[in-house]
Design a protein around this ligand. Structure first.
Ligand code: UFG
Length: 358
C-alpha cells in the first residue's frame, strides 16, 4: 500500500509509520512539525512539511505520491488547551480535517483511517464503553473529534468513501525508536517517569474523591505498538466494501487507577516516586474503560503489548535512551537535530514530491 500519514511525526503517527514500514508499505508523512519531530520519522518514509489547512498542497501530494489510503493523526489534543482556545481546536481538528477530506476527494483517494478518542463519550453512563453508547463530549477537544467523525460520515453518505474511526483510550509505551515527547507534557505516565529520572520532585495526583475503589480516576491504557497494528488492520479493511464510516474503540479492557499507575511505575523503575494529591483537573471523567470487542471481532485486532508493566517498562527504556527527548538526539546518519529546527541540519526534507518544501 502507498500510505500517507498526516501527523506522522507525532507520538502515535511516528510509531504507526514504523509498523507500516516494517510491513513493507510505502509511507509518506505530512506534518507541520508544530508538535511532531522530524527525527521521529523513520526511513525510508519520506517527510513533507506542510499544514493540514493547505488543501492544494495536500491534493498535489496525494496525486504525486499515488496514495492509496490515508491515516489521519494530525490534531490538537490537549483537553485544557481546548477549553482555553476552542477556536484553535475547531480550526485545526474540524476545518483542517475537512481540507484533508476535500484534497482526498480532489485526488480521487477514498480510504481513510482516523485517530479519534474516548473523549467523544464525555462522562460515560456505563463502563466498559461500547461504540453505540451515547457521545456527549464535555470539552472542545472531544467535540471537535466527534464533529470530524460527522464530516466523514457525510462524505461516506454522499461520495464513494470508506473510512474507519478508531477511538483510542489512554495511549502509553514506546518503541525503541519513538516515544512520548510533548511540550508541554500533561499525560500521567510521562509525568510519573519525570519524577523517576529526577526531573521533577513529585507527581501531582489530580483528586482522590472520585467514585472508584481508591478514589483516583481509572483509565484504560493501550500500548502505542498495539495501536500501530490496529491502524494497519483498519487501513487494510478499507480496501473494499460499501461506502461507510465504521467506528471502533481501542483499549485493553483493563482499567488502572492513577495510584495503581504510580505504584506500578515504582516497581518497574526501581525508583522512589513521590506523589501528592492536589485538586481535581477540570474535565476528567472518573472512569474510562473501553469495550474493544468489536475491533477484535471485525478487524481481528488483538492487543499484545498492553500490560501496564510492559507499557511502563517500554516508556521508561525510551526515556533512559532519550534523556532529552528528540532534542539534540543523535541520529544513525550522524546528523543532529536541534529542538525547534524544522529539519535535520545539512539535510533537505526527503521527498520525491514536487510540492515538498520545508
Ligand atoms: N493525572 C494526574 N496527574 C498528572 C497527569 C494526569 O493525576 O500529572 C490523571 C488525570 O487526572 C487522569 C489520568 O491521570 O485522571 C490520566 O490523565 P492523562 O492526562 O494521562 O490522560 P487523559 O485521560 O486526560 O487523556 C486521555 C487522552 C485524551 C482523551 C482523554 C479522554 O490522552 O486524548 O483521555 O478523556 F481525550
Amino acid at each position: 500500500m502507498r500510505i500517507l500519514v498526516v501527523g506522522g511525526a507525532g507520538y502515535v503517527g511516528s510509531t504507526s509509520v514504523e509498523t507500516f514500514v516494517d510491513a513493507g508499505h510505502d509511507v509518506t508523512v505530512y506534518d507541520d512539525l508544530s508538535t511532531g519531530h522530524a527525527a521521529a520519522v523513520v526511513r525510508p518514509a519520506r517527510l513533507v512539511r506542510g499544514s493540514i489547512e493547505d488543501r492544494q498542497k495536500l491534493q498535489q501530494l496525494l496525486r504525486s505520491e499515488r496514495i492509496d489510503a490515508v491515516l489521519h493523526c494530525a490534531a490538537k489534543s490537549l483537553v485544557g488547551e481546548s477549553l482555553a482556545d476552542p477556536g484553535l481546536y475547531y480550526r485545526s481538528n474540524v476545518a483542517g480535517g475537512v481540507s484533508l477530506l476535500e484534497a482526498m476527494r480532489g485526488a480521487g483517494v477514498n480510504r481513510m483511517v482516523y485517530s479519534s478518542t474516548a473523549a467523544v463519550y464525555g462522562e460515560p453512563r456505563r463502563v466498559p464503553i461500547a461504540e453505540a453508547d451515547r457521545t456527549e463530549p464535555i470539552n472542545p477537544y472531544g467535540a471537535t473529534k466527534l464533529a470530524f467523525e460527522g464530516a466523514m460520515r457525510w462524505f461516506a453518505a454522499s461520495h464513494e468513501f470508506r473510512a474507519i474511526s478508531l477511538r483510542y483510550f489512554n495511549v502509553a509505551g514506546a518503541t525503541e525508536r519513538n516515544g512520548e515527547d510533548h511540550d508541554p507534557e500533561t499525560h500521567l505516565i510521562p509525568q510519573v517517569l519525570r519524577v523517576a529520572t529526577g526531573e521533577a520532585t513529585h507527581v501531582q495526583i489530580f483528586g482522590q474523591g472520585y467514585p472508584t475503589p481508591d478514589g483516583t480516576c481509572i483509565r484504560d491504557f493501550i500500548h502505542v505498538r498495539d495501536l500501530g497494528t490496529a491502524h494497519l488492520l483498519a487501513l487494510e479493511a478499507t480496501a473494499e466494501g460499501d461506502s461507510s464510516l465504521e467506528v471502533y474503540n481501542l483499549g485493553s479492557a483493563a482499567g488502572f487507577s492513577v495510584r495503581e499507575v504510580v505504584e506500578a511505575a515504582r516497581k518497574v523503575t526501581g525508583r522512589g516516586i513521590a506523589a501528592r494529591v492536589v485538586k481535581r483537573r477540570m474535565g476528567d471523567p472518573p472512569v474510562l474503560v473501553a469495550s474493544s470487542r468489536r475491533a477484535r471481532r471485525e478487524l481481528g485486532w488483538q492487543p499484545e503489548h498492553s500490560k501496564l508493566e510492559q507499557m511502563l517498562a517500554d516508556a521508561w527504556a525510551w526515556r533512559l535512551t532519550h534523556p532529552a527527548g528528540y532534542s539534540r538526539q543523535p541520529r544513525t546518519d550522524g546528523l543532529t537535530l536541534d529542538r525547534g529546527s524544522s529539519e535535520p541540519r545539512g539535510e533537505r526534507p526527503a521527498s520525491r514530491s514536487a510540492s515538498a518544501s520545508a
